[in-house]
Design a protein around this ligand. Sequence first.
Ligand SMILES: Cc1cc2nc3c(=O)[nH]c(=O)nc-3n(C[C@H](O)[C@H](O)[C@H](O)COP(=O)(O)OP(=O)(O)OC[C@H]3O[C@@H](n4cnc5c(N)ncnc54)[C@H](O)[C@@H]3O)c2cc1C
Length: 392
Amino acid sequence: MKSEYDVIVVGAGPGGSIAARTAAEHGLDVLLIEKRQEIGDPVRCAEGTGKLGLSKFIEPDPRWICAEVTGARIFAPDGTCVELSEKLAGKEVGYVLERKIFDRALAKTAAKAGAEVQVKTQATSLLKENGNVCGIRGKYRGDDFEARAKVVVGADGIESRVGKWAGINTTIKPKDIETCAQFLVTDIDIKADSCDFYMGNERAPGGYVWIFPKGKREANVGLGILGNRFSGKHPIDYLHDFMAWKFPDGKIIETVVGAVPASGMLKQLSTGGLVLVGDAGRVSDPITGGGIYNAMASGRIAGNVIADAIKANDVSAKKLIRYDREVGEELGKQLDRNYKTKEFVVKAEDSLMNSVARSLQGVNFEEMSVAKLLREIITRNPAMFLELAGLF
Ligand SMILES: Cc1cc2nc3c(=O)[nH]c(=O)nc-3n(C[C@H](O)[C@H](O)[C@H](O)COP(=O)(O)OP(=O)(O)OC[C@H]3O[C@@H](n4cnc5c(N)ncnc54)[C@H](O)[C@@H]3O)c2cc1C
């Protein structure tokens, strides 16, 4: 490892790898560091993502695609099922990945583009000069080190410290965080080409249960509950209850716990010498919890903006604010709408979810988008007009 780079990326998840790759493709000298000894492991994800979005970043490869899904089913608390086509579910379904392999494949593309990749290397604080970030302090195989960089990318996920070290307010309120538990369950009867969601305040208060297939008889079965709905019963307890009801004979071969920001993106994503990508910038989708695509999208914008800033020899806060603007242009509208939708959904009583699901029976969703789904809900439930109309 050298003592000076153009760019240091902290965290080798999807956001960090794409940021590192993009910056390296611009000819910059890039270091990508990952605190764990294996990129992508342990997994903290249900691994579902959209085909179209993914193909913008990497050629699909059967080695990291576990299942292809053509649609989704949403079950209301009383069991009423709303079936969506792939077109409608869009970004949320398409592939169920094997992220242990996928995250490594992305990091390899960064390495191939010229980035230096170091695992077991943890950033512990930032170097600053004249108020701007100019590098990191860290631990490299147990030894302390310092490395300078023109720009540092904080791609350190939900538990991000980098933003805070730079003075950015990254705090998420309990009402804006989903705490999750997930099992990889094998030997179960599932619909192997569908991502299924179960709603209900008894099952997952302020969240939902998901079943994402990873093969013909295997699936990620998990749930998230909203931080402010915690009442002493943990997500894993809710999950055991769901398992007992739905898959009493399922065999659990892996357990995952983690959290997803459901806050919408931070008001500030950059400062002098620093940008935040992916979950570190809270750009994951507040309603679905999906963050893989948005992490990669923000990573690419970061790489491009940083390259221009370094070429112009200006990595000031004023210059890098273009990153905030471009992320806002690409993701902001959808994040805002889905945040407001989340605020509405988390307050819904089970009876309302049941009646909305019933009102949607017989609708042909194949030709609809998510926005049209909301419009369809309003058309069929005029009483909800005032609450939902503002989402468009
Ligand atoms: C239970 C669960 C289910 C989910 N399901 C889905 C889903 O189905 N689809 C979807 O799109 N999204 C899903 N998500 C969200 C998705 O996992 C994240 O949005 C996505 O991984 C964000 O990517 P990232 O690159 O920003 O961060 P991460 O993937 O979290 O990567 C951050 C990396 O930074 C490393 N790191 C942290 N601190 C340091 C440090 N100081 N020094 C060096 N390295 C550091 C971490 O070890 C980690 O590898 C789920 C999340 C959870 C918790």
